[in-house]
Design a protein around this ligand. Structure first.
Ligand code: KIV
Ligand code: ZN
Length: 416
């Protein structure tokens, strides 16, 4: 039986070590919990271990590996992940009750004590209190406090979430979060559970909460957990950082309940590319982003949009002639990050009807068929005609066009 006495924790947690740098944003990945909760994203234990390995390589700080009390299977999955992958802090979600917190404790037992986090939550908004929990504000507050106290008897590192925070009365939200901090929560998560808030509201709410609660708890870490129902999850997470949040929760490819969560690849690159604006860093090695995205697609048998920010196959592809010309002169004309920095080998040009002579000539040279002058003009004309018919022109098609112009190819007949 688990008793507080049997497990009382001491020493510095990994979270405290990271948070010693005030400009460091903790990256909390919930691909395997909030992400997995969404239809179509269920994962086996083996898949979770594989996903956790790439998340470790990516350098996320916290991996929420599941919701231990959800099923015995999920408890086992979390236990396997926590035992087989070393490095990050491991976390499991728990409702605000002892049974869930005990399940989290059992699931995280294989991880070192300094790397275990209990994440407990309760709904705080009027609609959650009345329709779902059937609790008064006092009951919600005292349940939150009791669960944090119990979690702290088992874990040094406890995160408390006020579910549906952005539809909660600001005063009551601050009361609950402050009470959770008083009870020992080290991280206070302020979720926009239904993706309702706007960036300005988020920035102001975080700033106001920090102004009040940091007076009593200067070291408490504020965390953002934004959903994407209105497409603002990443913008809201960035606004939270401006308001003082130092933990961002998200998921690879932005998966999660309904429209999903803040996309980890987008937030990591936004903070990196615009460090000038946000002035914070993460511990991420962004070169693993594409691999993480691909592994998740394989595991969940899903595809992402071609134009998905950062990791989509169009993210560093160029077809328009004006863009290809600019890219050939200097890639900074049309790219704000290097493809290698997110794990692609490089940018690439897609040849199609929008491509111009510079890109066609460059590609011809690359494939060993240099063309210039009148020959180039004739190839460009043949190229445009063919592109109108079939869209993308691959190398074989380009060779065929050049051959036709040179009058040497058997493919000539197709174009006659
Ligand atoms: O969206 C949400 O509020 C959550 C909490 C449980 C953190 O996922
Ligand atoms: Zn969520």
């Amino acid at each position: 039986m688990i008793t507080p006495e049997s497990v009382r924790v001491s020493g510095v947690s990994r979270t405290e070590e990271i948070a010693a740098d005030p400009n460091r944003v903790i990256v909390f990945d919930t691909t395997m919990r909030d992400g997995e909760q969404a239809p179509g994203f269920s994962m086996t234990a083996q898949a979770k271990v594989k996903m956790a390995q790439v998340l470790r390589d990516l350098g996320v700080d916290v991996i929420e590996a599941g919701f231990a009390a959800a099923s015995p299977g999920d408890e086992d999955c979390i236990r396997r992940v926590a035992g087989e992958v070393e490095g990050p802090i491991f976390c499991s979600l728990s409702r605000a009750n002892e049974k869930d917190i005990d399940a989290t404790f059992r699931a995280l037992a294989p991880a070192p004590k300094s790397h275990r986090r209990c994440h407990t939550f309760i709904g705080t908004s009027p609609i959650h209190r009345t329709a779902k929990l059937k609790m008064s504000t006092n009951e919600v507050l005292s349940t939150a406090v009791r669960s944090v106290e119990y979690a702290r008897s088992l874990f040094d590192d406890v995160e408390f979430s006020a579910e549906d925070a952005f539809r909660t009365e600001p005063e009551f939200l601050a009361d609950v979060l402050e009470a959770a901090a008083d009870a020992g929560a080290r991280t206070l998560n302020v979720p926009d559970t239904v993706g309702y808030a706007t960036p300005q509201e988020v920035r102001e709410r975080f700033a106001a909460l920090a102004a009040r609660i940091k007076k009593r708890h200067p070291h408490v870490i504020f965390s953002a957990h934004c959903h994407d129902d209105l497409g603002m999850a990443v913008a809201n997470s960035l606004a939270a950082v401006e308001g003082g949040a130092r933990q961002i929760e998200g998921a690879i490819n932005g998966i999660g309940e309904r429209a999903g969560n803040c996309s980890i690849e987008e937030i990591i690159m936004a903070l990196k590319v615009r460090e000038d604006r946000y002035g914070v860093t993460t511990g991420a090695d962004s070169r693993h982003l594409v691999r993480a995205s691909k592994i998740l697609c394989e595991i969940t048998e899903t595809v992402i949009a071609r134009n998905k920010s950062v990791v989509g196959i169009n993210a560093f592809a160029h077809e328009a002639g004006i863009h290809q010309h600019g890219m050939l002169a200097d890639s900074r004309t049309y790219e704000i990050m290097r493809p290698q920095d997110v794990g692609f080998e490089g940018s690439w040009f897609v040849l199609g009807k929008h491509s111009g002579r510079h890109a066609i000539a460059k590609r011809a040279e690359t494939i060993g068929r240099p063309i210039e002058g009148e020959r180039l003009a004739a190839v460009v004309a043949g190229f445009k005609q063919r592109a109108d018919q079939i869209g993308e022109i691959n190398d074989a098609e380009l060779i065929a066009i050049i051959d036709r112009v040179d009058g040497v190819s058997e493919v000539v007949a197709q174009y006659a």
